[in-house]
Ligand binder design. Structure first.
Ligand code: AMP
Length: 408
């Protein structure tokens, strides 16, 4: 199957050609015909599957054939980075169609807000927005969505996790009831189901169940005690095996702490988090993309939608709280069928959670021995109940754990 089978508008085909897309990905094969038939859709798909183009292409095809007088499509996304990336894909795919788009997100100074407001007033076909900022524009009357035909919620689970549920419902109250709604989410907890029930009409469901990381990723884990983590990361990053990578930690505070600690080691790594203003975040990402900044440190917000080619290493400084996030995090490497390495530090407390991840991906992840100078780490005993504050560290006595492999 190729994209020409969809009979897209010729200007859109030209855009596809210029973007270098030849074969539709599985989510695209399934979703595009359903969206063209005007169904509401629930799609379970993660970043990296081509999900963005799977909704953009049929929408662009439809807009290309209509009078472009009103805002036709609203795409809601959890973060400004994702909104910008979606906007870039619209720009690429729609380049020859004359379809216009704007990304509307918070942060920045008053001038940006005014520019957004002016662009919205002057008219645009597609608005890609983070919920908070869109509400500001809706309240000020800068934006009229009366003629909207498509609503897309991208990474809906993340939007709910970030507390946007009320904002989303409020935005929807401004939209015409007669519209096509598409909901994309990587996970399907009950709150996503209730959101879908509330806002979709007779949706069809597409499930690209790839809770499996890409083949090109080498996955490894180190079993460590907490005090061994900093010397371990220092020794891994100092030996220059990896030129570029993302280091994940579970909270913003931990990210900042790691940033401070690494600074003392001479490793060039910068923290990326929501306390930075938009210019700072963008300049960090640009430096990272340009390979001027070798390592970024971030939380799971960074794991979604950051589309940077050639990341060699994803290092989980701790085990992500949600196993699906593990897949998102390590999906930052080995994009577009290249190879990459994902390393996870697993302390005693996180072993059980790590075991859940191994179950989810259906394979045991290779455990690497700590460098000798760091001493021994804990054994891998994920099913053992962990007692904190115990002096008598029983598992130390057991010399070989089930999944503990030799150094390699
Ligand atoms: P997404 O899952 O939407 O974040 O897309 C992941 C990456 O795949 C983006 O860089 C897209 O530009 C790219 N992409 C999407 N669809 C295709 C396709 N059919 N062929 C090649 N690359 C694609």
């Amino acid at each position: 199957m190729t994209f020409s089978d969809f009979n897209f508008h010729p200007d859109l085909e030209e855009g596809l050609l210029s973007m270098g897309y030849k074969t539709p990905t599985p989510i695209q094969k399934e979703s595009i015909p359903l969206i063209l038939q005007k169904n509401d859709l629930i799609a379970c798909a993660q970043t990296g599957t081509g999900k963005t183009a799977s909704y953009l292409l049929p929408i662009l095809h439809q807009i290309a054939q209509t009078d472009k007088k009103y805002i036709n499509t609203l795409i809601l996304a959890p973060t400004r980075e994702l909104a910008q990336q979606i906007d870039q894909q619209v720009e690429g795919l729609a380049y020859f169609t004359g379809i216009s788009s704007i990304a509307v997100y918070g942060g920045g100074d008053g001038a940006i807000y005014e520019t957004q407001k002016r662009a919205l007033r002057e008219g645009v076909d597609i608005v890609i927005a983070t919920p908070g900022r869109l509400i500001a524009h809706l309240s000020s009357g800068a934006i009229n969505l009366d003629h909207l035909q498509h609503l897309v919620l991208d990474e809906a689970d993340r939007m709910l996790d970030m507390g946007f549920s009320d904002d989303i419902m409020r935005i929807i109250s401004y939209l015409p009831k007669q519209r096509q709604t598409l909901l994309f989410s990587a996970t399907f907890p009950p709150k996503i189901r209730s959101l879908a029930n509330a806002i979709l009409q007779n949706p069809v469901q597409v499930n690209i169940a790839i809770s499996k990381p890409a083949e090109g990723i080498t996955q490894q884990a180190y079993l460590t005690h907490d005090h061994q983590k900093l010397p371990l990361i220092t020794s891994l990053l100092k030996d220059k095996t990896y030129q570029s990578g993302i280091i994940f930690s579970s909270t913003k505070d931990k990210v900042k702490e790691l940033d401070r600690a690494l600074r003392k080691t001479g490793i060039v790594a910068k923290a990326f988090h929501s306390d930075l203003d938009q210019d700072e975040r963008e300049s960090l990402l640009n430096a990272f993309r340009a390979r001027q900044l070798p390592f970024l440190i971030g939380t799971d917000v960074l794991s979604r939608g950051i589309d940077v080619e050639g990341i060699e290493l994803v290092l989980n400084y701790d085990v992500p709280p949600d196993p699906e996030d593990y897949i998102h995090r390590i999906g930052r490497t080995a994009r577009a069928a290249t190879t990459g390495t994902a390393i996870t530090f697993v302390n005693e407390r996180d072993q059980r959670r790590f075991f859940t991840i191994e179950n989810l991906i259906g394979k045991e992840i290779q455990k690497i021995n700590l460098p000798e100078e760091l001493g021994e780490g804990p054994l891998y005993q994920p099913e053992k109940k962990v007692h904190h504050n115990h002096r008598n560290n029983n598992w130390r006595k057991k010399k070989s754990g089930p999944a503990r492999s030799s150094k390699s």
